[in-house]
Design a protein around this ligand. Structure first.
Ligand code: ATP
Ligand code: MG
Length: 164
C-alpha cells in the first residue's frame, strides 16, 4: 500500500515521510521535488498555487507513487487533490500530520532556507480539508517526536495490512 504523508507546510512531511520509508524499507519521494519551475517560482514569490498549477504536479506525484510505491511527502490539502492521487493509485493511504498554527510557525521559522515563503502557512491552513471518514488514512499530532510519530504510523500501517 503506497503512503502519502500529507499536511500543511512545516508539519514534518519530509522529515517523517523519510523515516517511515526507512522503517518500512521502501522508496521515499519528496513531492516538492516534483514541482515544475513555474510553481517553484510562484511559491518563492509568496504566491499561492492555484488548483490549475497543482494539477500537473499531483499527476506527477501519483505517477511516481504508482511506479515507485513506497512513501511520498505531499501536502494533499484538499480532498480533490487526494482524489487526483487515488484516481491513479486507488489503494493509497494518507498519513495526515496535524498541528496548531503556532507550533508549525515556530518550526518553519527555525528551519534553514527553503523555497516556502512565510505567508504560505495561512493560505495553506485556509484551504486544508482534513481526511473524511471514508478516506483511508490516519491523523497524527505533530507535538510527538518524529520517532514516536513514525512508530504510530508504522503500527497503523501494519494493522491495516493485516486487516485486508
Ligand atoms: N515531530 C517533530 N518534532 C519536532 N520538530 C520537527 C518534527 N517534525 C519536523 N520537525 C522539524 O520541523 C521543520 C519542518 O519539518 P519538515 O521540513 O519535514 O516539514 P514539511 O512538512 O516537509 O514542510 P514543507 O511543506 O515546507 O516541505 C524541520 O526543521 C524539522 O526538522
Ligand atoms: Mg517538505
Amino acid at each position: 500500500m503506497p503512503i502519502v504523508v500529507m499536511g500543511v507546510a512545516g508539519t514534518g512531511k519530509s522529515t517523517v515521510g523519510q523515516l517511515i520509508a526507512g522503517a518500512l524499507s521502501v522508496p521515499f519521494t519528496d513531492g516538492d521535488d516534483l514541482h515544475g519551475a513555474r510553481n517553484i517560482a510562484k511559491m518563492s514569490g509568496g504566491q499561492a498555487l492555484t488548483d490549475e498549477d497543482r494539477r500537473p504536479w499531483l499527476r506527477r506525484v501519483a505517477l511516481e507513487l504508482r511506479s515507485q510505491g513506497g512513501v511520498v511527502a505531499c501536502s494533499a490539502l484538499r480532498r480533490s487533490y487526494r482524489e487526483a492521487i487515488r484516481e491513479l493509485v486507488p489503494n493509497t493511504v494518507f498519513v495526515h500530520l496535524v498541528g496548531d498554527p503556532a507550533t508549525i510557525q515556530t518550526r518553519l521559522s527555525a528551519r534553514p532556507a527553503h523555497f516556502m515563503a512565510p505567508g504560505m502557512l495561512t493560505s495553506q491552513l485556509s484551504i486544508l480539508e482534513p481526511l473524511e471518514a471514508d478516506e483511508a488514512g490516519i491523523e497524527l499530532d505533530i507535538r510527538a517526536t518524529p520517532e514516536a510519530i513514525v512508530r504510530t504510523a508504522v503500527d497503523a500501517y501494519h494493522a491495516r495490512l493485516a486487516a485486508r
